[in-house]
Write a protein that binds this ligand. Structure first.
Ligand code: APR
Ligand code: ZN
Length: 359
């Protein structure tokens, strides 16, 4: 039996409870969590903005140590430090075979099968296939990324979502080059990671935008050279800070039509908007046909940083070892499993950076 934060049904409060994990079957790996970050997607799954099968153990940004492995697993052994991958690629669907594993057709396959049970036998689903809000979990081997040396196991949890996503948005999706201007909307764990990645890319200026004034200090710590409090005038203010042109790149890290629209209007002619936030299905964005032509901008989304974690995690680890990427700066609250509801509240109120459950 291990302790877990369980979401019984959408909209219900989280319950701290004991769950039973089976021995790992063929191709499966049991992991003891060292830490798990609280991401906005967990809140969106808990309140129904995103859909999940319930009862579910959420948490998809985790790192830990391999406890045991099932038959046929040969990439890791008990005792190995690992990061968990919530978008594992099957390697054989069309999108995997054309080299876009972050869009794998089967990346959510594990989240629709039960993986554990309550003592009364009720089956439990793993949030995004990972279920990191528990002392231990069981995942498929393709959801395991070996953690390179030199990265502390606790802060490594952030590599599993916010940092892989934020770094990949800058380096894989938008391919920001030194000297290009960047504006980032939304400064949670994901947006702050985008800022750090923009700093690594040598972007300038790096403009950070949020509705919460208390994000300014955090934003500057993560590489922002300018901070704007979001309002209707934001696109105008961004143009002013970029020689009247608008930014070369905008990154939307909120997941709303209004911020996608503001990001669009903040870029220069021919600029690029990368949508990182996950919005709702009824939240519509509108553009006039004329402006689509006139501004010749590119609007694209980026999933899990358009990354191949097996290749990108070692790159991130090298940035951490060299002191260019500061994982600990992202963590503003170290919490226990029963404090996740308070972390959701801070997140909804736009307070702090990442909350990290430390086991
Ligand atoms: N303009 C600018 N910033 C905004 C706005 C707005 N209109 N509305 C909210 N924000 C800010 C919040 O104040 C907060 O700082 O966006 C930030 C969002 O941060 P978090 O809630 O911590 O979310 P995070 O975990 O970083 O995820 C961001 O990426 O992975 C997706 O589902 C996730 O869509 C979410 C997004
Ligand atoms: Zn996430």
């Amino acid at each position: 039996m291990v302790r877990a934060a369980l979401l019984p049904t959408v909209g219900a409060p989280l319950e701290l409870t004991e769950i039973e994990l089976p021995e790992p079957g063929p191709g499966r790996v049991r992991v003891k969590l060292a830490a798990a970050g609280v991401c906005h997607s967990d809140l969106s799954l808990a309140n129904g903005v995103l859909r999940a099968k319930t009862p579910v153990v959420l948490g998809h940004e985790g790192a830990g140590t391999v406890v045991s492995v099932g038959e046929g697993v040969d990439s890791v052994r008990p005792g190995d430090p690992v990061v968990l991958n919530w978008a594992p690629a099957c390697g054989s669907c069309h999108l995997c075979t054309i080299g876009e594993p972050w869009l794998c057709e089967n990346q959510y396959a594990a989240s629709v099968e039960t993986y554990a049970a309550l003592p009364d036998g009720t089956g439990l689903y793993p949030g995004l296939g990972v279920a990191a809000f528990a002392e231990e979990t069981i995942v498929n081997e393709n959801a395991i990324i070996p953690l390179p040396e030199g990265v502390p196991l606790t802060s490594a949890a952030l590599l599993g979502c916010a940092v892989l996503t934020g770094y990949g948005a800058i380096h894989n999706a938008a391919r920001v080059r030194a000297g290009e201007s960047v504006v980032v909307f939304g400064l949670g764990g994901v947006g702050l990671a985008v800022l750090q990645a923009a700093r690594i890319a040598g972007a300038s200026p790096i403009i950070a935008v949020d509705v919460s004034p208390e994000k300014e200090e955090l934003a500057r710590l993560h590489g922002a050279t300018e901070f704007l409090l979001a309002d209707e005038q934001t696109p105008k203010a961004v143009r002013r800070l970029t020689g009247g042109n608008g930014a070369d790149h905008a990154f939307e890290c909120v997941g709303r039509s209004t911020t996608i629209r503001a990001a669009w209007s903040s870029t220069r002619k021919g600029g690029r908007v990368t949508v990182v936030g996950i919005g709702g299905k009824d939240d519509l964005v509108s553009f006039s046909a004329l402006e689509v032509f006139h501004f010749a901008r590119t609007l694209t989304a980026c999933v899990y940083g358009n990354s191949d974690p097996v290749k990108d995690i070692p790159v991130l680890a090298e940035h951490v070892r060299a002191g260019r990427l500061d994982l600990d700066a992202l963590i503003t609250d170290r919490i226990t499993l029963d404090e996740i509801p308070a972390a959701f509240e801070r997140m909804a109120a736009g307070r702090g950076g990442r909350s990290l459950v430390v086991f």
